[in-house]
Design a protein around this ligand. Structure first.
Ligand code: HQG
Length: 178
């Protein structure tokens, strides 16, 4: 059965970032789902949770992956989307001098050829500190941490955004900025 908070968090990541249509849910372009509709759609798909558990998932999430709207009626994932129906209009920000990207050694040949690409997701995800980058990279294997010249990129015209949970986002990172 597992841990209901953790299980629901994983389920929400899948539904709110990647495959809302798998349970017949529609997200708006900002990634929001109506909570009442989500709860019903999930129940029909065999995943039961109530509003209270949902709130607990949002409040206790280690990476603050989800947000509930001010009126309490809607929920979204704050970053990490691959769903084509979502195009969050993140506020553009001036990045710090350096940002970090944690990845795995086995990706480095390709990364050194192509730079960092968003892959399935909508953005390349960058971290403000090396510790976070290390944890992100460790999900994939033996870690490499790339130091990214974010300010130089910004000065060259690349756009930077920050999700509500502090993760930095950009469209791509060419190799000359490593
Ligand atoms: C790599 C987690 C080959 C890239 C984290 C990464 C993050 C390339 C992998 C968020 C490449 C994609 C995102 C290229 C990039 N050739 N490999 N040209 N360019 N890659 O999971 O950044 O727990 O989609 O280095 O905390 O690891 O889900 O991205 O290793 O914030 O909330 O391709 O996901 O958050 O992997 O992680 P991912 P990521 P959550």
């Amino acid at each position: 059965m597992g841990n209901p908070v953790r299980d629901t968090s994983k389920f929400l990541s899948y539904i709110l970032r990647h495959e809302p249509e798998s349970i017949g849910l529609a997200l708006d372009s900002e990634g929001w789902a109506e909570i009442s509709v989500l709860i019903e759609a999930a129940k029909t798909a065999g995943k039961s949770f109530d509003r209270k558990l949902l709130q607990q998932v949002v409040d206790t999430n280690d990476k603050k992956r989800f947000a509930i709207s001010g009126d309490g009626l809607r929920i979204r994932a704050v970053q990490g989307h691959s769903s084509v129906s979502v195009a969050i209009d993140y506020a553009e920000l001036i990045p710090p001098q350096i940002l970090y990207h944690g990845t795995a050694t086995r990706f480095m040949d390709s990364i050194n050829r192509e730079g960092l690409r968003p892959g399935q997701r909508h953005h390349v995800h960058l971290s403000a500190d090396e510790k976070t980058a290390n944890a992100v990279g460790a999900r994939h294997g033996k870690v490499v941490i790339l130091r990214i010249e974010a300010m130089l990129m910004y000065e060259a015209g690349y756009k930077f955004f920050q999700a509500d949970n502090g993760v930095w986002l950009t469209a791509e990172v060419p190799v000359e900025f490593f």
